[in-house]
Each structure stands twice: as C-alpha cells, then as structure tokens.
Ligand binder design. Structure first.
Ligand code: PEP
Ligand code: MN
Length: 335
C-alpha cells in the first residue's frame, strides 16, 4: 500500500490538476517551488518538468502523442480519424432538425450541431429557441443516435445546456469570457472552443487552459476565422493556425469553414484545405432547406453540396493517410 503524503507546505496559489490521457498532471506555478520538490521527492511523481508556458496543460509536452476527445457514443475527435460535425446554424423546428440530422448522418457526420442560444451581433436577429431548442435537439439526438453539440452563452445556463447536450460549444464571441470557460470546465461535458476572432493562437490556448485548469481535459479547439481587412470573406480562415496548434498543443483542432467564409460556394475548398493541413475534423453548417434558414442562410449547404463535399473529402483524407471517423453501425459491418 502506498504511503500517505502529508502536505507540509501549502500549494502555491494557482496550482491546478488535470487528468490528461493516462496521466494526472499537477501544475505548480513557480519554477523553484518547494511544492514541486516535495512532489518529486515523494516518489509518487513520475517526472517533474520545468515549464515556462502560460498554458502548460494545453502544451504538447503534457501529452506528446496528442489527445483524443470523446464526444458521446462512439464519436471521437483526434488521432488518425477525421470527425465531421454538421447541422444547421440554429434549431428552428423539430422537422428541420430531424431532416438536417438525417442529412448529416447520411453524409458521415458523427455528431449534430445546432444553436438553441444564439449570440447574434444584432439584437433584432433571430436569437434562438432557448430551452425549447434544447429539448428539440435532445429529442433528435435520441432519435438519430447522434451526440448533440450546442452553444452555451452564459454561465447561468451551463448546467441546463449540459443536461440536454453531449458537447458544449463556446463561440467566438465568448472565447475570452473567463467565467463561462470556468463554468464549462466544471460541467462534466466535452467542449468545442472556438477561436475568438480577435485572439492570437496563444490567447486561444490560454482560453482552453481555463477549461483544463478547471479539471476538464476534453477540449476540441475550433478555428473559425479571424477578423482581417479582407471583406471578400466573412472572416479570414487562418489555416496556418491549425498547423501551429497541432505543433504547440496536444488538443485536437477542427475547422469551421462555414462561419469562416460566410458563403456556401467557399465552404468546400476551405474544408478540403483544412483536411490537407492536418485538422482533426470539420464543423459544417447544413440545412434541409437553406433558403428558409433563420440564421446564416448564405453559408448553409443543401443536401447536394453536402454530399459533394463529403465525397471529395474522403479523397483528400485518403491522400494524407486518414479517414472519416466511423459510426457504430459502420464499425459493426467492418468487424
Ligand atoms: C456557430 O457555430 O453557430 C457560431 C455562432 O459560430 P461562431 O461563434 O464561430 O461565430
Ligand atoms: Mn451561425
């Protein structure tokens, strides 16, 4: 039996712990910390690493082989498989979610996206169905077996959203809402963290660090474009950031070419480029009837464009030695 350690020194302010892969990582601020020495000498710590990063838990060093995040069911993001998450920008009706979910699934998506709480730039735009939207999504999730990914905009509703959804999304406008990041870190659900459109890669990783420091290692980063001087696209999709993040962090990273470009004809080329550059998946706006979409209609793919995209994607992925993440029935067929 292991000897019990009696703490003789108080942990310095800011000490955090997070289980990443099969390791428990304790981050003790202060390079010469006496606590680090005590831990090292206890024999219970495998190694101590001097670290000067301001986001040590997200640093590649914390899990050099890269993390795989489980979304629910058999859906994962990270590793060799490439994950597709698709669905409408906003939940509108049960019929719309149901038809869009069927499309998502038929194209190979492993999870369904859709916003119930929508952070809109204008107060006059459709703000989402709120609680009712959550109930619709949860029902469609049960009917289709797809894990549900939906946005949280407020620490006060994190628990409510976590009761209905499998994955919590933090949007670009809340990417540095630190009380929200702490709350999702404690919600017991995986998190898709969009890059703030005004954030550097370093600031984005520090935002992720808030979630890990709250004890939640299940963070999927999502590049969705940054603000630049270029008006031809809604934002400027920064695909170089994907390569930078893959080098600097162990967290999986996906790309949202729908919000990044704002135009449906640009979604496919940028999606293929994201797969080629090493992203671990895509977040794509699709809609059973884009012309009637209440939110971001110009960027939503219809059935034909969605299938065209997923077909082309399979080719690019094969070229880089990867494939789409398979769902349970497909895995059963392969076994
Ligand atoms: C969304 O994915 O619905 C969304 C609002 O995205 P973003 O936060 O990237 O604008
Ligand atoms: Mn949108």
């Amino acid at each position: 039996m292991r000897e019990r350690i009696h703490a003789r020194v108080p942990a310095p302010h800011g000490t955090t712990m997070c289980r990443i892969g099969d390791q428990l990582i304790v981050h003790v601020p202060g390079a010469q910390s006496v606590v680090a020495e005590v831990l090292h000498e206890s024999g219970l710590v495998e190694r101590t690493v001097a670290d000067h990063s301001d986001a040590p838990l997200t640093d590649r060093q914390a899990n050099p082989l890269g993390s795989v995040v489980a979304l629910g069911g058999t859906a994962t993001v990270g590793g060799v498989d490439f994950a597709l998450i698709a669905g409408p920008c906003a939940v509108e009706t049960h019929e719309q979610m149901s038809a869009s979910a069927e499309m998502a699934k038929a194209g190979g998506a492993v999870a369904l996206r859709g916003g119930a709480f929508k952070p809109r730039s204008s107060p006059y735009s459709f703000q989402g169905l709120g609680d009712e939207g959550l109930r619709i999504m949860a029902k469609v999730g049960t009917e289709t077996g797809l894990p549900i990914v939906t946005e949280v905009v407020d620490p006060a509703t994190v628990q409510l959203v976590a009761e209905h959804a499998d994955v919590l999304q933090v949007g670009t406008r809340n990417a540095q809402n630190f009380s929200l990041l702490k709350a999702v870190g404690q919600a017991g659900r995986p998190v898709v963290l969009k890059r703030g459109f005004g954030c550097t890669v370093g600031e984005w990783l520090q935002a992720a660090e808030y979630v890990l420091a709250a004890g939640n290692p299940d963070v999927v980063l999502c590049e969705r474009g940054i603000r630049s001087y270029e008006p031809a696209t809604r934002f400027t999709l920064d695909l170089s950031a994907v390569a930078v993040v893959k080098h600097n962090s162990h967290l999986p990273v996906i790309v949202d070419p729908s919000h990044g470009t704002g135009h449906r004809h640009l979604v496919k080329p940028l999606a293929l480029a994201a797969a080629a550059v090493g992203a671990d998946g895509l977040l794509i706006d699709i809609h059973n009837d884009p012309a009637s979409a209440l939110c971001d209609a110009d960027q939503a793919l219809d059935r034909e464009r969605w299938f065209d995209l997923t077909g082309a994607l399979r080719g690019v992925l094969a070229g880089v030695g990867r494939g789409l993440t398979l769902r349970e029935p497909e895995l059963a067929v392969q076994a």
